[in-house]
Unconditional design. Structure first.
Length: 117
């Protein structure tokens, strides 16, 4: 099983980025997918989750109205569109797959996002 994130970059405050996570070795539609952020010196924190077929998505209060999670089960990919970025959005973003009706969980290696002028 492999989750590979991409799309991280240095961006100015107010800018946008789109992160992607490509999954392999799993039946993608068997998994809820989430994004987490680990800011410098802080614990990893949940950002957003999308259900296995994309019917439901949930967001942390800190990103509501600015971030949007989506998935393409045909391509085994989940994305995070991040708009109106703030310096507090800086950190490593991780993709997580959680199998339905199971405790089985997989993590990607992370992608760095830096929001700074």
């Amino acid at each position: 099983v492999q989750l590979v994130e991409s799309g991280g970059d240095l961006v100015q405050p107010g800018g946008s980025l789109r992160l992607s996570c490509a999954a392999s070795g799993v039946t993608f539609s068997d998994y809820d997918m989430s994004w987490y952020l680990q800011a410098p010196g802080k614990e990893r924190q949940w950002v957003a989750t999308i259900s296995s077929f994309g019917g439901t998505s949930n967001y942390a209060d800190s990103v509501k109205g600015r971030f949007s999670i989506s998935r393409d089960n045909a391509k085994s990919m989940v994305s995070l569109q991040m708009n109106s970025l703030k310096p507090d959005d800086t950190g490593v973003y991780y993709c997580k797959a959680r199998k339905l009706f199971s405790t089985t969980t997989y993590w990607g290696q992370g992608t760095q996002v830096t929001v700074s002028s």
